[in-house]
Ligand binder design. Sequence first.
Ligand SMILES: Cc1cc2nc3c(=O)[nH]c(=O)nc-3n(C[C@H](O)[C@H](O)[C@H](O)COP(=O)(O)OP(=O)(O)OC[C@H]3O[C@@H](n4cnc5c(N)ncnc54)[C@H](O)[C@@H]3O)c2cc1C
Length: 378
Amino acid sequence: MNAQAGKSKASVIIIGGGIQGCSTAYQLAKRGIDVLVLEKDRVARHASGVNAGGVRLLGRDIAEVPLSNVSMQRWQTLDDELDADTGFRRRSLINIAADEADIQTLQKRQDVMHQQCYFHETMIDQQELRERLPHVADYCVGGVVSETDGYAIPYKSTFAFRQAAARLGANFVEGQQVQQLRRVGNSWLVETVAGRYEAEYLVNCAGAWADQVAVMMGDNCPMTYSAPMLMITTRMPHFATPVVGAVSRPLSFKQFENGTVLIGGGAKGFADRANNKTRLDYAKLAAGASNAVDFFPIMRTATVNRMWAGLEAYMPDNLPVISASVNSPNAFHAFGFSAHGFQLGPVVGEVMADLITRTHSDFDLSAFRVDRFERKVL
Ligand SMILES: Cc1cc2nc3c(=O)[nH]c(=O)nc-3n(C[C@H](O)[C@H](O)[C@H](O)COP(=O)(O)OP(=O)(O)OC[C@H]3O[C@@H](n4cnc5c(N)ncnc54)[C@H](O)[C@@H]3O)c2cc1C
């Protein structure tokens, strides 16, 4: 019996209090399910609290588009749904084409998207790019835009799900690292550093540690982890309303309403997940900053105020695992979001709740199976 929580049994135990765990807890609690979230540190302590907040449908892998599309619809009204401030702002997202080769890449992508009847990505020419981003460098030749995209504040969004779930009766217990999972009869016995819990169903939302939890459920998968980095400037005069990325170069940035500019782009630092630590790679951050200046000369005057990294789970194909366990009954996975899982948060909770309460999802989840790599080898 756990001393801290005061409650050791639930219908569903979710391992991990990031956005996927909190969103799943919310959706289950909304359906009247008794749910308990066990978090080894603090809710939103890792990727879900420190990411770039990009809410991006643009440039998604085709397999993810149906999920991302629905999630994007949810983001538009999420503050009302959760009765909270997630900081969501709808802004167009533009990926800039630096040269003709980028335009050709975009054209090919557009053809594929249209064949699949996806029309949310619109190519823009140089003149329109300049109208939308007056400070873009002269050499940029065009780009692609998705109008419904935007950004939100990560820790606020994750907490919004947590609080909405808690209002509906979900329990959250922090400081509970799950160390062992066992089947006892028709139940799961969950042992943490501080107590024992029991549930009918388990959901693995353990982020950069999810491969370890998957193994406890009998599932092996080739997940890796890394430490993507971000930096933020001091306030600058307003110069960019859309969120900005680049077609073929590692650039991503957004200017917030207070004038600060958040710069990302996927550069990775050093990850030490056993100790919850990351270390920055300053050479890569400097390269990212000069990339931003190259696209937006006005950034030359920017002062970087703060830099950080978060621990994130990656899959070899950069697609998440959203799947039932293949080796254990009543066990499910949602992990491996490969640096773009924040946007998917709202829909992932719905899918996981469907898998548990309806035994299936209306989405085709075959691309996200936990055993997809084993199946390929066979
Ligand atoms: C720097 C950075 C920038 C990013 N930018 C974006 C972006 O702009 N847009 C976007 O869509 N995505 C972005 N991402 C990715 C996004 O943040 C993640 O995909 C998403 O937050 C993953 O959520 P999660 O709930 O799966 O994982 P996490 O937030 O990592 O939560 C998992 C939780 O599980 C807990 N846990 C692990 N093991 C155990 C255990 N054994 N017992 C109990 N608890 C456990 C951990 O402590 C952790 O709190 C970014 C990520 C980073 C790091």
